[in-house]
Design a protein around this ligand. Structure first.
Ligand code: F6P
Ligand code: MN
Length: 323
């Protein structure tokens, strides 16, 4: 059976400029997965000994993947600037480029050392000027995204992509080094019996979130009248991928440990791109109060609380917050 290549898909679903940017990212992720597959053999595991701008220890592979994407995108004439979870400030690429790219080079990086799932998340925004690049140019709400996606480095390597015309999935074929379309018109079930949240943080959540999760846990004995299953991979890419495939709700809620951080996840590298994919697949993505993609960023590294997945379940979670 001959499958649609990523190139053919982009030909039909993106402008030539956007195609060039997505292709660069996909090619770079194909190279990143080669490093990941070698694991300890390539000596790329473990900590690089430095802290990133968020105060977390960087893994060697975080640094490697970040540098690979930065180099690939700076060499792409259509890219005007880059913001990365692993860079303190925005990085200029080509002044005349029409797009800005933000990315999390290796999401779920605590999984690297245990040979478990990780991914690359990216968001593509329209450029706002052709003068000197500034951080302000990046501070656009997620609704403005031209495209978004992730690459999941799992048992098979998959690219999940939207250019604003629905969501498609591509599986990497190592022989031809191509991403081939394996699922089109992805649609997330409205209803679910599965949730994902790090329960160890429960006591730090706001009371509406505590009540919502308490009712999920009471299952058929509680007000929801049905039992829920729970999953936690500790890599957002893997959680969102599961939800895209079989429904569910994923949460990284507000927690009261540090009032300057409304959640753990980053709006521009994680929240917005995943929200575009989820909404394009018929799901919902909220801060618990409003759509994530309506938040106007004030800082490229800002955090956001996240409740996303099956539309009816996200509505239910939001209803607890309106009480
Ligand atoms: O990038 C942050 C991240 O690694 C996400 O991929 C994941 O969902 C979350 O943090 C895991 O958090 P925790 O360490 O609380 O399980
Ligand atoms: Mn991440």
């Amino acid at each position: 059976m001959s499958r649609t290549t990523l190139a053919a898909y982009l030909d039909a679903n993106a402008t030539a400029d956007l195609t060039a940017v997505v292709t660069r990212i996909a090619d770079c992720c194909a190279a990143i997965q080669e490093q990941l597959r070698l694991g300890d053999l390539a000596g790329v595991l473990g900590s690089a000994g430095a802290d990133n701008v968020q105060g977390e220890t960087q893994k060697k592979l975080d640094v490697i993947a970040n540098d690979m994407l930065k180099d690939a995108l700076q060499a792409c004439p259509q890219v005007r600037g880059i913001a990365s979870e692993e860079e303190d400030s925005v990085v200029a690429a080509n002044t005349a480029g029409h797009f800005l790219v933000t990315y999390d080079p290796l999401d779920g990086s605590s999984n690297i050392d245990i040979n478990s799932m990780v991914g690359t998340i990216f968001s593509i925004l329209p450029a706002q000027s052709d003068g000197e690049l500034s951080e302000a140019e990046f501070l656009q709400p997620g609704r403005k995204q031209s495209a978004a996606g992730y690459v999941l480095y799992g048992p098979s390597v998959m690219l999940v992509l939207t250019t604003g015309k629905g969501v498609s999935m591509f599986t990497f074929e190592p022989g031809s080094r191509q991403f081939l379309q394996t699922v089109s018109n992805v649609s997330i079930d409205r209803d679910t019996r599965e949730f994902a949240v790090n329960m160890s943080n429960q006591r730090f959540w706001a009371s509406p979130m505590q009540e919502y999760v308490r009712d999920l846990l009471s299952g058929s004995d509680g007000p929801r009248g049905k039992n829920f299953n729970m999953r936690w991979v500790a890599a957002m890419v893997a959680e969102v991928h599961r939800i895209i495939n079989r429904g569910g709700i994923f949460m990284y809620p507000y927690d009261n440990r540090d009032p300057s951080k409304p959640g753990k996840l980053r709006l521009m590298y994680e929240g917005n791109p995943m929200s575009m994919l989820i909404e394009q697949a018929g799901g919902k993505a909220s801060t618990a109060y409003a759509p994530i993609m309506e938040v106007t960023p004030t800082d490229i590294h800002q955090r956001v609380s996240v409740v996303m997945g099956s539309a009816d379940e996200v509505d239910t979670a939001m209803a607890y917050h309106k009480k």
